[in-house]
Write a protein that binds this ligand. Structure first.
Ligand SMILES: C[S@@+](CC[C@H](N)C(=O)[O-])C[C@H]1O[C@@H](n2cnc3c(N)ncnc32)[C@H](O)[C@@H]1O
Length: 612
């Protein structure tokens, strides 16, 4: 069967058979033609089919060529008039001959259709057709600070791009074909570039200096606001690694603390290989401890390896309902088969062909992490699936709440459904562990600047179990949403940050910089021995020369005002409740064999408190 017959069968198959256009093509075992070619022909022809339907009908192609079906007519006329190489069949093939015979007539009907739409050129008509697909999303590109800088990329990869002030102007460039970009005003090191440009061929992309990542997908790592003093950071559901590498990029700019790591879990071994490749390409492998094939829910929060985990990023599997560009194939319009023609004596004759198959209808599709789509035929089926996902997502969140030294946790999904988002947040806040450990939602006013200024917040309309009090408003304001159709050019997304009581480094703008003196770029300033200086007192954090108790030295552990000294921290204490420290001033961990004067034990597990 030819490419055209196979594609015609796909575009006219009933909508109940197997999900979106892409999944039906890539999931088909019977295709002889390359799936990518079938998809491109089906997608492009669908896009043009409203116009081509007019062309076919007014040229009476179907009446003149009986072996061409309505679906074949759209596909063949598309390639004849719009494909660079014309009809992809041998010159002597019957179908090709049948359509090429009518080229002049088809071409003139196409020109009429263009003029009816007031388009002076085919290019202008193309732009109109593309615009009907909905607003084009910008190409969101994150500059990986481990490998490059925004300035360097503007001078190289983006040389020749015009810098415009807003993402809306970047989206509008889809119609003009201009190459423009804008520097995002919410997420640092993020660029929005013209939609049509393919960056995957650039050296910067191949070397890991540029990472293609939707703006909303950059929110979790930025909102978590990882800092050297946070200790280790867990990324619980990491593949393919966009957020893992983003965490590393932020920490690289701030200066990783000695022995500070990102601990990346990924349950799926196959996807863990993709993660591995991504962190190596991005140059973050030396800062990342990966756990390929390891289930985060099976990790013991009290295990020594997680003792220093101060922050967790949770981006678990979800319905994928916010993802852009997977199930938005335009409708395939078929030309009418009923027409008025004439008998030999010039009397009008009505001819009828069998009714055309029903065009493919949009349907509810759920996309898993691997991109596999499941067709959910009824609202009940959708509800059942969402409830199962929300149960799993809540389990991940409550598990994260149990890590002893954890002070902040972000939870995110690329779902638009409240049951997976605000619903999980309220259920988590009602949990025993949240109440016992004092977990709360980080309010909007406490968030990093870009997230505080992002206007789209939580949507509580579909959350049933809440009391509508002031507290709920704070939670709603703390939740961050992104809407895929609101003109901001982002995917549908949700993120929230939980913090524990006593975690006060988020509280004021002064504290935004953390407890240590930083330079203009936010990096901790250290002396030649690598020792930072405490912001408020101006004293060195630890004086290795002078030893414990020398004047002018302040020994600090954990976050300023944190609750490590309040009874439930991970450190060993003496009979009077004071933290036991070694000669170097570092506190001793509870689970360790060592005593305060057993200096050697500092290196046993590579962590002796927050030494940065
Ligand atoms: C939405 S994707 C994560 C995307 C990733 N954070 C990124 O930005 O590139 C969810 C991932 O979590 C993994 N996953 C699901 N359940 C998990 C679990 N219990 N432990 C570890 N990984 C899990 C899935 O295999 C999938 O790769």
């Amino acid at each position: 069967m030819s490419l055209y017959h196979e594609t015609a069968a796909i575009v006219t198959s009933p909508s109940t058979h197997g999900g979106s256009l892409k999944s039906r093509i890539y999931g088909s075992k019977d295709l002889k033609s390359p799936p990518a070619q079938v998809y491109a022909l089906a997608f492009e022809s669908s896009k043009w089919s409203a116009i081509l339907k007019e062309v076919v009908e007014s040229s009476q192609l179907l009446q003149k060529e009986r072996k061409i079906t309505p679906a074949l007519s759209i596909l063949l006329v598309h390639d004849l008039l719009l494909a660079k190489k014309g009809v992809a069949l041998p010159a002597s093939h019957g179908l090709r001959l049948a359509v090429e015979k009518h080229k002049a007539r088809l071409q003139s009907e196409f020109t009429r259709a263009r003029i009816r739409r007031k388009c002076p050129t085919v290019e202008a008509l193309k732009a109109t057709v593309d615009a009907q697909l909905g607003p084009a999303h910008p190409r969101w590109i994150r500059v990986n600070t481990l490998k490059s800088t925004v300035d360097e990329q503007l001078d190289t990869t983006f040389k020749g791009f015009e810098v415009v002030p807003t993402a809306q102007e970047v989206m509008a460039s889809a119609l003009t074909g201009k190459r423009v970009l804008c520097l995002d005003s919410h997420v640092p090191n993020l660029i929005a570039a013209s939609p049509g440009v393919d960056f995957t061929k650039t050296e910067a992309y191949k070397s890991g200096a540029l990472i293609l990542q939707d703006k909303a997908s950059c929110f979790p790592a930025y909102l978590l606001d990882p800092r050297p003093e946070d200790g280790d950071i867990i990324d619980a559901c990491s593949a393919p690694g966009n957020k893992t590498t983003h965490l590393a990029g932020i920490l690289h700019e701030r200066g990783f603390a000695p022995n500070q790591h990102i601990i990346a879990f990924e349950k799926d071994k196959h996807r863990a290989k993709t993660l591995d490749k991504m962190i190596r390409t991005a140059g973050t492998d030396k800062h990342t401890l990966t756990h390929p094939g390891r289930d985060f829910l099976q990790a013991d929060p009290h295990a020594p390896e997680f003792r220093a985990v101060g922050a967790l990023l949770l981006d678990p599997s979800c319905s994928g309902s916010g993802i852009v560009g997977r199930d938005d194939t335009p409708e395939f319009h078929l030309p009418s088969t009923t027409t008025t023609t004439t008998t030999p004596d010039n009397k009008p004759l009505k001819r009828k062909r069998p009714a055309a198959p029903t065009p493919v209808q949009p349907q509810t599709i759920m996309i898993d992490d691997a991109g596999t789509e499941t067709h959910l035929p009824t609202p009940q089926a959708l509800q059942t699936r969402l409830t199962a996902l929300a149960t799993f997502q809540l389990a991940i969140l409550l598990h994260a709440f149990a890590f002893p030294a954890a002070k902040k946790v972000t939870y995110s999904t690329c779902s638009i459904h409240a049951v997976e988002n605000e619903g999980v947040v309220f259920a988590a806040l009602r949990s025993d562990i949240a109440k016992q450990r004092g977990w709360r939602v980080l309010g909007r006013e406490e968030q990093v600047r870009g997230m505080r200024e992002w206007p789209v917040r939580g949507d509580l309309r579909d959350v049933t179990e809440r009391d509508d009090g002031e507290g709920d408003k704070v939670v709603g304001g703390g939740c961050v949403r992104a809407e895929r159709e609101d003109g901001r050019g982002v995917m549908g997304f949700f993120v929230v940050c939980f913090v524990r009581k006593g975690d006060d480094h988020h509280k004021t703008d002064d504290d935004d910089e953390g407890p240590f003196v930083r330079d203009g770029e936010g990096r901790i300033v250290r002396d030649e021995e690598g020792i930072p200086t405490v912001n408020r007192t101006g004293k060195k954090a630890v004086d290795l020369e002078g030893g414990l108790g020398s004047s002018g030295v302040e020994v600090r552990f954990g976050e300023e005002g944190g609750d490590d000294d309040n009874g439930d921290g991970p450190f060993k204490r003496d009979a009077e409740g004071r933290i036991v420290r070694g000669l170097d001033g570092m506190p001793r961990l509870k689970a360790k064999r060592a005593s305060a004067d057993d200096d050697d034990d500092q290196g046993d597990d590579g962590w002796g408190g927050f030494d940065d």
